[in-house]
Design a protein around this ligand. Structure first.
Ligand SMILES: *[C@@H]1O[C@H](CO)[C@@H](O)[C@H](O)[C@H]1NC(C)=O
Length: 407
């Protein structure tokens, strides 16, 4: 098959179709693979030699399609070769609207296209089901057919596996389509995620872990440096997807960060600027401030995905000093911010759930809550037991909002 591909690239447009048709059929013959076809193939070659007009060529295409269908029906490369030559033929010599033979040429092309789409999408679906890497095959598809067909293949493959594979897992699997630094595969990965998301919407499904993973994915796509060079149409569709996600997740994954207000008191969590903690220079206290709805840069937090399980595990970083939040069991499970190279999994890793517009932060069976007053202005923020029900009490629900910008 490699011979064929190189050949069709090195030969001029006009004759390459005809020569390619010969090769398409001859390669297996040379290898002696499919003997029963021999008589037919000789006829085809004769026809090509005599072929002078478009009608004859169409007949040749039809014979070749017949031969492929009966003996090479699962040979994607052969079907692809025929599909692309038919495309050239229709573009240059026989438009769909040019009467009866134009119409049959296009019917033939559509039939070949349908078959090619099935082959490609089935292979992709099989890889997804087997949880094997789809990157190489994805790049093969992207390099083989036009963007509309790539999209068509993705739609088919995703539809095929949607009810079989967990949707949250599919988000991660489809991410593999993106091969580092390759823009074509980046766009293809975006197309795949869009397809998956709208499939999920159309089925009116409801999966928190799917939405988490998709919101994370959208954030990764938007903040990737290649996103700026993605065409406007695709960007618009990504933005529309973003708007369809729960806003609370959009804020959680906002690369600019967010502030958190307790639902019970509407007091924001902030990291103190001067109050050192029992770790000397290495810790700072964290409180909720008494002024309702007040926010500033001392409250700016960013969430980072630390581990990707079915739903992600997060770290939370106070952006003022870029110190990670942690829980101190020796201080009644208070929240603090710790200067540390790598946050520890036992005290700084959070699982996050959400209810409506509020986030819920948990470690094991403890939940992050606004607790008792520390003094007139400040309230402690602590991990409390007994809040595992959904939703937990309002003191344990945190509303992410944009922080007020520094004045
Ligand atoms: C805080 O914001 C909420 C929601 O917008 C509002 O109902 C409440 O009155 C505000 N409180 C203050 C003190 O501004």
């Amino acid at each position: 098959m490699e011979t064929t591909m190189q050949f069709s690239q090195s030969v001029g447009k006009r004759s390459s179709a005809e020569m390619h048709l010969l090769l398409l059929i001859c390669v297996p013959l040379v290898l002696g693979e499919v003997l029963p076809l021999e008589p037919d193939l000789e006829n085809i070659q004769l026809t090509i030699r005599r072929s002078a007009n478009r009608g004859d060529k169409l007949q040749v295409f039809q014979s070749i399609w017949g031969a492929i269908r009966s003996d090479f029906a699962t040979d994607t490369d052969k079907v692809k070769g025929l599909y692309s030559h038919l495309g050239t033929f229709i573009r240059d010599e026989m438009q769909c609207t040019s009467g009866a033979s134009g119409r049959s040429a296009c019917e033939l092309q559509q039939e070949v296209r349908r078959h090619l789409r099935t082959l490609m999408s089935q292979r992709l679906a099989n890889l997804l089901n087997a949880e094997e890497s789809i990157q190489t095959y994805g790049m093969y598809i992207a390099a083989s057919v036009e963007p509309a067909m790539v999209r068509d293949v993705l739609v088919n493959a995703i539809e095929d596996v949607y009810f079989y594979r967990p949707s949250d897992k599919l988000v991660q699997q489809l991410e593999q389509l993106f091969a580092d630094r390759d823009e074509v595969s980046f766009r293809m990965m975006i197309e795949a995620q869009l397809t998956l998301f709208w499939r999920y919407q159309a089925m009116q499904d409801s999966s928190e872990s799917f939405l988490f993973n998709m919101a994370h994915m959208v954030s990764k796509i938007r903040t990737h440096h290649m996103y700026a060079s993605v065409d406007a149409g695709l960007q618009k569709r990504v933005e529309a997807l973003g708007k369809s996600l729960p806003p609370v997740l959009g804020l959680l994954f906002n690369p600019q960060g967010f502030c958190l207000l307790s639902r019970s008191d509407r007091e924001y969590i902030y990291t103190t600027i001067t109050d050192e903690w029992n770790y000397g220079l290495n810790g700072r206290q964290v409180f909720a401030w008494h002024e309702q709805n007040y926010t500033d840069s001392a409250g700016l937090i960013r969430a980072f995905v630390q581990e990707q399980h079915s739903t992600p595990i997060f770290t939370l970083r106070s952006e003022l000093f870029k110190w990670y939040f942690f829980v101190d069991p020796t201080e009644g499970n208070r929240l603090g911010a710790l200067r540390s190279g790598s946050p520890s999994s036992s005290s700084s890793f959070w699982s996050i759930a959400y209810v409506e517009d509020a986030l819920i932060f948990r470690q094991r069976d403890l939940t992050l809550c606004a607790a008792e007053k520390h003094d007139n202005d400040r309230r402690l923020v602590k991990m409390l037991p007994g809040q595992m029900h959904t939703p937990p009490s309002e003191a344990c629900q945190w509303l992410p909002i944009d922080c007020a910008s520094p004045k």
